[in-house]
Design a protein around this ligand. Structure first.
Ligand SMILES: [Zn+2]
Length: 82
């Protein structure tokens, strides 16, 4: 009878452990799935914007943001904004 109790406790423990593992796995998968759509740093890095003065296109990280738009260089930003 004592062994049966131990067996039941072990089985319940195993069941809990498996449930936890499955929940963790599902959570990891859903996190992976939700991370995929907004995980586009490469796309953001290659997004092209046009200079407000000369209309030249350049990658957004290289562009200089100003009050009236985005500029390709500090000279054009000064030219447009004074
Ligand atoms: Zn420009």
């Amino acid at each position: 009878m004592k062994y049966l109790m131990v067996l039941v406790i072990v089985l319940v423990g195993l069941w809990f452990w498996r449930n936890n593992r499955r929940a963790a796995l599902r959570e990891r998968q859903s996190r992976h799935a939700t991370a995929r759509p907004d995980a586009s740093p490469a796309q953001a890095a290659t997004e092209m914007v046009a200079c407000a003065v000369c209309s030249v296109h350049l990658p957004r990280p290289d562009a200089l943001p100003g009050h009236r738009g985005i500029y390709c260089s500090d000279a054009h930003r000064r030219q447009a904004e004074g």
